[in-house]
Design a protein around this ligand. Structure first.
Ligand SMILES: [Zn+2]
Length: 394
């Protein structure tokens, strides 16, 4: 076998600011089923894509209510949004706000750059900034987004290895991607093609890059349209188990990450369609079918992913849908309210509900302390505030 310089290991003695830690530390705990002092069955951390301060507040409220581990992800376009057009400013704003919330928190969170692109000059600056400000970065180098095609394995390994060299000594964990995932996440992440991860390439990739977190492609899809309406998303769980066997042999601390695993919440769709009908003006005719056509990953499939070694489950589309559904309801309730905070409160409460249910789906509760609500009795309801949800579920 060809010899090569071993990539640097993750510096696990790095201490971040209070209650902030690497994504790998939290997801490894999850994969090993550690909650408090006990060890049970594996669970997963949903990674919430944050785009606003309200989103961060909703996520912290959900994590603290459940005593859950938290994973907050920011994409390049979210960082531009936070930074008034400049992603590097956005990085500082988001990181400092999250650190301030974490300091006062009862749980631990990791901050993660989603789909960092190390192959372009602009993208590289964001990845370099993220290594300084966040606790985890994704090096998404498997796809050439500009030319809409896959990159060669060698190129992917080369770029990813550079990120590992920079991040691991600082205790920042790195997530790589292997294979091409179809669908659309945001303007930076679009692909019409999809290829499964090849087992032999997988072994070479984790060995030569040293990444501890990897997004294999096994059939999940970015965005709200994961298949024909009324059908189930096709996941290749056998392939995931095959890859897990390799990981257990080569690098047992490897964490699998599911991209494009958002869930379709029927309550959210029903609420949205009802609001469209209430709003009249042809809204239901114009947009109702789009809502009804959405396809997501279901509860059973999320459990299947956890059983196959997935401990980070990216979740974005359902939270956007929940936000929009609540906003439609708020507009219907009062379309002349001159108070931004009132609309913010409605949508933030809904986001908290969305985050709570996704954490519960992934068995991510009771990690740092007992949940403040009865998870068995929790009902996902867009009309309910967090305080009411806690009271109702006791
Ligand atoms: Zn993704």
């Amino acid at each position: 076998m060809q010899s090569f310089n071993h990539p640097p290991q993750l510096n696990t003695s790095r201490r971040f600011s209070d209650n902030l830690t690497s994504a790998h530390a939290l997801t490894l705990k999850a994969k090993q089923g550690q909650k408090g002092n006990s060890q049970g069955k594996p669970y997963a951390l949903p990674a919430f894509n944050i785009t606003t301060i309200q989103g961060i507040n909703a996520a912290f409220d959900a994590f603290e209510t459940l005593g859950a581990s938290g994973l907050l992800a920011v994409s390049n376009s979210a960082l531009k949004h936070f930074g008034g057009g400049d992603p590097l400013t956005g990085l500082e704003v988001a990181a400092e706000y999250i650190a301030s919330r974490a300091k006062r928190s009862s749980i631990q969170v990791a901050t993660h750059l989603d789909h960092g692109d190390y192959t372009t000059e602009a993208g590289r600056k964001v990845v370099q900034g993220a290594v300084q400000h966040l606790t985890s970065v994704m090096a998404d180098n498997s796809t050439d987004h500009a030319n809409k095609c896959g990159r060669s394995l060698e190129e992917n390994i080369g770029y990813t290895r550079e990120v590992v060299n920079m991040a691991h000594p600082l205790g920042v964990s790195v997530e790589g991607e292997l294979g091409v995932l179809a669908g659309e996440e945001d303007e930076d992440t679009k692909s019409e093609i999809s290829t499964y991860t090849q087992p032999d390439e997988f072994e070479q990739f984790i060995t030569e890059t040293g990444v501890l977190m990897i997004a294999p492609t096994i059939g999940t899809m970015h965005g709200p349209n994961k298949g024909k309406p009324g059908t189930k998303v096709k996941l290749n769980i056998e392939l995931a188990h095959e890859l897990l066997k390799i990981a257990d042999r080569v690098q047992p601390e490897t964490i699998f990450v599911a991209h494009g695993a958002s869930t379709l919440y029927s309550q959210v769709v029903e609420h949205a369609v009802e609001q469209l009908e209430n709003l009249g003006a042809g809204m239901a005719e114009k947009y109702g079918q789009t809502w009804k056509n959405y396809v997501g990953t279901d509860w059973e499939q999320i459990q299947g992913l956890i059983g196959a070694g997935f401990a980070k489950i990216n979740t974005d589309t359902e939270n956007r849908q929940t936000f929009l559904s609540a906003l439609l309801g708020a507009v219907h309730e009062n379309a002349a309210k001159i108070d931004i905070r009132w609309y913010d409160k409605k949508t933030t409460d809904a986001l908290t509900q969305s985050y709570l249910i996704k954490c519960i789906m992934a068995d991510n509760y009771g990690v740092w302390h007992e949940p403040k609500l009865n998870v068995e009795k929790f009902k996902f309801d867009l009309h309910v505030s967090l305080a009411d949800a806690i009271n109702n579920a006791h």
